[in-house]
Design a protein. Structure first.
Ligand code: ADP
Ligand code: GLC
Length: 490
């Protein structure tokens, strides 16, 4: 099968969170199954041209309102056959940021930047003489792709190309003033007709959901949650309407990048038979962050975007959050890596200054993220909602027991501790409140000191889990086949 992914993020070239990891590891897994998989992403300024090769010819991307010229650069994905195309258009992507220079403020021309990316997918394929069977869009930035497929590209050489849209996070929909609609290059009849209209504005994701042959999201539980008013971010009605073509497929992880037995970022390696290297990682983490080096004290790690989705108010909120009480009453250490909302970054710096057993690093640091996963005993991920979540899966295979809210992909990947049997892979609570975070951290630490054999068992179960893409990649292939038959029937 010929499959084109269109995405705003792709690890290791451009990543702000799990989207980049998920797209690149799925693409690699499909390619391993023997399919011709290619990915289109923008060439942001921080992606150096030096490593890339230019594909001949200047490309013209035209919408009703604008005309842009772009070059295409290419390379193959590390350790894989996947071909990557970089859309090189200085005016749109020649900046050192994916969505903005920081998370607080997005670029004002984002609707145009991502409409153009979506529109360019077709020009790129044409210029290569390569017409895919599937175009797989990811989140709102490429959600217009399936809309083009069912409108202006309906009777072109793409007439048999099926559109798939994966929702990695329904909390981000690409909602903009309707003044931006002409930037999509579609006639006004499609404002309502293709479902862009959203309370008088335009909504990229909504239109994509209406148009795609099939819609996927990244875990089975999240697929159910988004069809309810509490998880639907205003689109639950539409998602219920499309429920026949909506499926939740659990993300896998890239076991080449996230594997404690050969992770190049770690000072020592380990596996489920021999955990001595994990102790070395813990000592290295404690030393690096300036925490007392002590193998006996339980260490809780966090690596996260500091945004409300991740439950940060319940943990770090000034009067509301549970962290102060945790540090005042429970004997443990905490290591946090994150960036995002300014108040939370400040809270983390304050806790670091006030408590010798708490160390936070504000920023984005791939190496430290790996070291925290390996060197911690527990991993706190109290997300308000979590479409899939990759960090809890990384934690599990690193023998670092997750403490999580039972929601979305967290519910699908973590098995709650059974205190009587000493089984499970982590610690869960049902409702997100500061008290439940406090109680569940307390429960995990109680088990650490009082049920050490259980902790060993839980680690063993956790590390034996298989989160590789093998199963989910096959599921995507079956879905693609179904989507192609739907497209032909249209
Ligand atoms: P989300 O995509 O919602 O942020 P995921 O758990 O799916 O959540 O993926 C988060 C990814 O981003 C993980 O690979 C995690 O290690 C990484 N990450 C998040 N924040 C940081 C950071 N400050 N430094 C390094 N990596 C980070
Ligand atoms: C989003 C979600 C996260 C998911 C990731 C990859 O960023 O917030 O839960 O793991 O996409 O699909």
């Amino acid at each position: 099968m010929k499959i084109l992914f269109v995405s705003s993020e792709l690890t290791p070239f451009a990543k702000s969170g799990g989207l980049g990891d998920a797209v690149s590891s799925l693409a690699a897994a499909l390619s391993k199954l023997g399919h011709d998989v290619r990915v289109l992403i923008p060439r942001y300024s921080f992606i150096s041209k030096n490593m890339l090769r230019r594909v001949n010819g200047l490309l013209e991307i035209q919408t009703a309102k604008d005309k842009y010229h772009a070059f295409i650069y290419t390379t193959t994905m590390p350790n894989s056959q996947v071909k990557i195309y970089f859309l090189d258009c200085e005016a749109l992507y020649g900046r050192n940021g994916i969505y903005g220079y920081n998370s607080a403020q997005e670029f004002t021309d984002n609707p145009k930047r991502f409409a153009m990316l979506s529109r360019a997918a077709f020009s790129v394929c044409r210029s290569l003489g390569w017409i895919p069977d599937i175009i797989h869009a990811n989140d709102w930035p490429s959600a217009p792709v399936p809309v083009y497929l069912t409108t202006v590209e309906k009777n072109t050489e793409f007439s048999e190309t099926a559109g798939i849209l994966t929702i990695h996070n329904l909390g981000y929909q690409g909602i903009y003033s309707r003044e931006h609609f002409p930037e999509l290059g579609l006639g006004w009849e499609y404002y309502y007709g293709a479902g862009f209209e959203y309370y008088g504005n335009i909504n990229f994701l909504k239109a994509g959901i209406m148009s795609a042959e099939c819609i996927t999201t990244v875990s089975p539980t999240y697929a159910m949650e988004i069809q309810t008013p509490s998880g639907g971010f205003g689109l639950d009605g539409l998602l219920r309407q499309r429920s026949r073509d909506l499926v939740g497929i659990l993300n896998g992880i890239d076991t080449d990048l996230w594997n404690p037995s050969n992770d190049p970022y770690l000072p020592a390696h380990y596996n489920v038979e021999d955990l001595s290297g994990k102790a070395t990682c813990k000592a290295a983490l404690q030393k690096e962050l300036g925490l007392p080096v002590d193998p006996e004290v339980p260490l809780i790690g966090m690596v996260t975007r500091l945004v409300e989705q991740k439950g940060i108010s319940e943990v770090f909120g000034r009067t509301y959050g549970s962290m102060r009480k945790i540090l005042d009453t429970i004997h443990l250490q905490v290591a946090v890596l994150g960036s995002g909302d300014a108040w939370a970054e400040e809270a983390i710096m304050n806790f670091s200054a006030q408590y010798p057993q708490f160390k936070g690093v504000v920023g984005y640091n791939e190496r430290l993220a790996h070291l925290i996963e390996a060197g911690s005993d527990f991993f706190l991920m109290p997300s308000r909602y979590e479409p899939c979540g990759l960090n809890q899966m990384y934690s599990l295979v690193y023998g670092t027991l997750p403490i999580v809210h039972r929601t979305g992909g967290l519910a699908d990947t973590v098995v709650n501790y059974n205190q009587d049997l000493g089984e499970g892979t982590g610690f869960m609570f049902d409702d997100l409140t500061p008290q439940s975070v406090y109680d569940t951290v307390g429960w995990a630490i109680w088990a650490w000191y009082n049920r050490p054999k259980h902790i060993v068992n839980l680690r063993t179960y956790a590390m034996r889990q298989d989160f590789s893409w093998a199963r989910s990649a096959e599921e995507y292939i079956r879905l693609y086949e179904h989507a192609i038959s739907l497209r032909k029937a249209r």
